[in-house]
Ligand binder design. Structure first.
Ligand code: ADP
Length: 614
């Protein structure tokens, strides 16, 4: 077994790997950028090496710096986590060339599965069923449009180098193809440095089913059953579970066997995932499940597999990389109960899921029997704009699917994060959706019903009243209105909006100046309203601020133009994603500061909308 390990990653996955390595008595070495100097993974490791500026392309993505850090700290092996360099064959090769142990598959296996078009070609040859589509070299827009027509709409355009849901566009009709292609290629170039795309038939009622596979250096490959990751937002997984609802034993056997064949076809070692897309219109059927791609690394959602199999997949990775045999044979593996995982993001669903950054002044995650939390942050830590906004994974296990679902929902209900916004309330709504409860989710559910799920909950009347009472003195403070002999109505600011609350009984002897209300996975701030306007938030005044540093890539309106609530004003590219900023209410563009192509700082004023009625 290796004695020391450098983790070439950050956030929850770095912490996750460190946890198992420590348990196995392996010395752990973290790497960190400027922004991560105080990050949890740095604090959790035995040692930490600084590798450069905050931007990932100058630190976590620079292979030479990682290898130099391993040499400098005397690390024997490198674990890449997921994302960053984990599926970079050249990096894996460089690690091996430097005489280090690579905790991952052989570089040739990564290359074989690296590009979606090459992987599909290989799988077709190995007899693994694949979705119909165009995999050709000819990238001329007119030719691609022609191929899309031949496949038949709707189609998906996929960047061959894409991943994490980026670089994908669904096209419903021929007239939308050219725009979607241009936007897809733009994102693919920016994110992956490769504008090549393939076109695939879009499967209706699609369900995302994936199989965890594991190989060792003795040529053995086993599977650890399937996961269902059908609940997605813009092709990004939101909630994952294992096993898949409605999977019968024969279908499971067929899909898992196909996954093992796929892994064997690339001589696979270590942890990998074979992703399939299923046409779920008539339940899960073996003849309607097609290979989509292979991820040649550990997945974000690996904990649900760990929970149902009782295995530690990071331990498996470290053992296999150390030259040991797979810890279990296929016959020794079985499914116990059900597990579900929710990805907690620092983002604001009510504001189009814009990432939310800042200090985690409050960071509490719910606990329950069968519950598990994998996180990379702590109370007081910074959520920076530089990396993926996922701050934690909440995982619940139970004997039945309903029990796992209830436990996960309880954990989310009991979570409180502030002032950084999270998607906790959205996740609670998703878990409670009748289709999810019934286990019949297809990947389009959030696209159809997501708006209702994203609507912010209101604090309950009791919570609001309790908080209001804690903010007022026993005697009537100035500004309180006397409506009726026994009634006191006072004004407060609830998240920047003025609200009136009817009080009862005497106030607090030592009133607070501001109070947080935590309920249903959401946190609100309540403050007394002051006539002089102090504490008055920007909310509701029509100023459009840049939510994070980024680049304006399109401006859709001109000064003086009338706009309606929700109308797109401009597109900001930040954290490698395109974000639309929209009008908060009907009005007129009174001021327009945003210029296409300009780099903007967080909180920069981009535009101001003036309501028409005023
Ligand atoms: P990425 O590498 O970015 O994760 P994938 O190819 O794995 O991209 O696809 C991501 C998601 O997009 C899938 O989980 C599925 O929901 C959806 N998807 C992919 N291919 C198809 C398809 N042919 N038809 C319908 N949905 C698809």
């Amino acid at each position: 077994m290796i004695k020391s390990l450098l983790i070439a990653n950050r956030g929850e996955i770095a912490c996750r790997v460190i946890r198992t390595a420590r348990r196995l008595g392996i010395r752990t070495i973290a790497v960190y950028s400027d922004a991560d100097a105080n990050a949890l993974h740095v604090r959790s490791a035995d040692e930490a090496v600084h590798i450069g500026p905050s931007a990932a392309r100058e630190s976590y993505l620079v292979g030479e710096k990682i290898i130099a850090a391993a040499k400098q700290s005397g690390a024997e092996a490198i674990h890449p986590g997921y994302g960053f360099l984990s599926e970079n064959a050249a990096f894996a090769e460089a690690v091996l060339d430097a005489g280090l142990v690579w905790v991952g598959p052989k570089p040739a296996s990564i290359t074989a599965m690296g590009l979606k078009d090459a992987a599909k070609t290989l799988m077709i040859a190995a007899g693994v069923p694949c979705t119909p589509g165009y995999l050709g070299e000819n990238q001329d827009p007119a030719n691609l449009a022609n191929e899309a027509g031949k496949i038949g709409y709707p189609v998906l355009i996929k960047a061959v180098a894409g991943g994490g849901g980026k670089g994908m566009r669904l096209v419903e009709a021929a007239e939308d193809f050219a725009d979607a292609l241009a936007s897809c290629q733009r994102e693919a170039s920016a994110s992956f440095g490769n504008a090549h795309v393939l076109i695939e038939k879009y499967i209706l009622s699609p369900r995302h089913i994936e199989v965890q596979v594991f190989g060792d250096s003795f040529g053995q490959v086993v599977h650890l059953f399937e996961r269902d990751c059908s609940l997605q937002r813009r092709h990004q997984k939101v909630i994952e579970e294992a096993p898949a609802p409605g999977m019968d034993a024969a279908t499971r056997e067929a899909v898992c066997a196909a996954a093992v064949r796929a892994a064997q076809a690339v001589d696979y070692e270590g942890a990998g995932t074979i992703e399939f897309i299923a046409d779920g219109s008539e339940g899960l059927r073996a003849d309607r499940i097609w290979f989509m791609e292979m991820n040649t690394r550990l997945q974000v959602e690996h904990p649900v597999t760990e929970e149902i199999t009782g295995q530690d997949l990071v331990e498996w990775q470290l053992r296999v990389a150390s030259g040991e045999k797979l810890p279990k044979t296929q016959e020794e593996l079985s499914i116990n109960g059900w597990a579900m995982e929710a990805r907690l993001y620092a983002e604001d669903p009510a504001k189009g899921f814009l990432p939310s950054i800042g200090t985690l002044e409050l960071f509490e995650l719910g606990k329950t029997e069968g519950g598990r939390v994998d996180t990379g942050v702590y109370e007081g830590a910074e959520v920076s704009p530089f990396y993926d906004p996922m701050i934690a994974k909440l995982i619940a296990h139970g004997d039945t699917r309903d029990l796992a679902r209830e436990r996960l929902s309880d954990m989310l209900h009991d979570s409180a994060v502030w002032p950084v916004r999270t998607n906790a309330a959205f996740l609670i709504n998703a878990l409670a959706h009748p289709d999810f409860a019934a286990g019949t989710v297809d990947t389009g559910l959030i696209g159809r019903d997501g708006e209702a799920m994203a609507t912010d909950p209101e604090p309950s009347a009791e919570m609001l009243l309790d908080a209001a009472m804690a903010l007022v003195a026993p005697t009537l403070a100035p500004g309180f209105r006397l409506n009726a002999p026994d009634r006191r109505v006072a004004s407060f600011l609830l998240d920047g909006e003025r609200v009136e609350i009817e009080l009862d009984g005497p106030g607090s002897d030592e009133p607070e100046t501001s109070i947080l209300i935590a309920e249903s996975g959401k946190v609100w701030q309540l403050q007394p309203w002051r006539e002089d306007g102090t504490g008055h938030g920007h909310a509701g005044d029509g100023t459009i601020l840049s939510p994070m540093p980024g680049k304006i890539i399109a401006v859709e309106v001109i000064e003086g133009q009338a706009v309606t609530k929700g109308q797109k004003l401009l597109t900001l590219e930040a954290m490698k994603m395109e974000h639309s900023l929209t009008a908060p209410f009907d009005g007129v563009v009174a001021e327009l500061k945003a210029v296409a192509g300009a780099q903007v700082q967080v909180e920069a004023v981009l535009a101001r909308i003036e309501a028409l009625t005023e």
